[in-house]
Design a protein. Sequence first.
Length: 207
Amino acid sequence: MDETGEPVSGGVLLTYCLDGERAGSLRPGVPLTLRDDGSFAGVGCRGRMCLVLQHPGYLPADPWVVAAGEEVTLTARALVRLTGTVRDQAGRPVAGASVRLGPLPGEEDPTALPAYIGARAGQRTTADGHFGFTRVERPLCDVCGEVSGRCDPATHDVLPSYLQMRLVVSSPGYNPVHRAIDVESDRELEITLTASLTSSLRPSEDG
């Protein structure tokens, strides 16, 4: 369930054993798939195990340590999203605009943790002019993070990350917009595109 009590679906769970001779190993077999109602079932380990969630929009709210045979309710928290709307000067939504996120000029770091999922590839605004990126978060460095190899306590805080990114919005016929944004921000962005000079010089439909 998410933090509001709604079921989380569309992800999978990987099982890592915590006890016995298989401690620290991935339980062989098919990952457990979350059903539409958020439920799951499958083969576990002897003793305790960690369930590691793989989902594009959620992370465990706390370490998911369970034992085979017990019925549990696990809570997932939604990843923070950067969302916004692109409009023209008249307030009309601009569909199909290109929205990209990248490092600020001069601050490129190939070793830095990516700030948003799919930021470099970018995306196109919807028919309503909307866009949204999910923020990447460091894996939880808890018992499940260690046993699954998702984090190393010795280097967990060493990996650099960006504090600010550059948002670039462009669309044919409009001047591109470049804006610096705080990575920690979760506010809704309002982007206004102005018509380019070449666009304004075109003959009108009325001649």
